[in-house]
Write a protein that binds this ligand. Sequence first.
Ligand code: MEV
Length: 322
Amino acid sequence: MRVRTATGHAPGKIILFGEHAVVYGQPAIAAPLLAVQVRVEAAPAAPDAGLTIALPALNTTIAVPDLTESSESPLFDALAYPAQLALRALRVTAPPDLALTVRSTIPVASGLGSGAALAAAIIRAVCAALDSPIADDALNPLVYEVEKRHHGTPSGLDNTTIVYERPVYFVRGAPMERVAVARPVTLLVADSGISSSTRVTVGDVRALHEADPARIDPVLARIGALVHEARAALETGALVYLGALMDKNHALLDVLTVSSAELDRLCAAARDAGALGAKFSGGGRGGNVIALVDAAHADPVAAALREAGAVSVLQTTVEPSG
Ligand code: MEV
């Protein structure tokens, strides 16, 4: 089989509103985080070398097994499984002689979508190397398959945001809708340095819901209503109101037990330093908080976040879109 040199990329993502409630059919809004990304380089390998995936950052190389073989290891799920899905989609029955090298600047287990981005970039690279670049509409369900292996019952929000690389208004099982952002939305993304498993937090919210649906359903519905208002605020450029909605969303996530003392402290530090609003983003109990800032407050809020324990602070802007 002829293979050629190719690359695949995918960005991270931030959830602006609605994480967790989105698993229960409520809407959510997310945006790509272009400041971090996965880049996969594919190069022809020696005859009979098979398909290998190298992760220089971990000093690891794995061989992608025959397409019917599976394994329970996290590295298989993250690297080999996406490559197998790409080959199956192309109806290729045996791994080609191809060497993939994966480099990522997306922190893992921090709610920025590293798993979905890794899968998207690997599938793009494999398909391009076999001269069949994959369209986003075909890629999205494949990345969702990988997400299911990582998280059990993902909503599909992460893969959709990462594959299409645009702000999305997302309802589970419904066609993705665009968000027409009216004014630039500048956010600081502060890493708590605490890793957290989305599978665990999603499972804990499920247990809470099953134990007391009469108490939890209204919380989920309030998050959904707030997401609706947030979309209108983004579409009219009402940024002060948008910030207040972020604060409310964080408080409701706290009721779902997925915030933590560290995340609360980071959000409070951002607000005290002049952020228009702050919340955690992603699965919670660790990972990142996002703070909405105007130009005058970006530097003092970033400094306050570092002072409060953030291990890194990125600045990103969701640009106006039609
Ligand atoms: C994880 O990034 C977002 C969650 O809402 C889970 C999901 O949507 O599948 C917590």
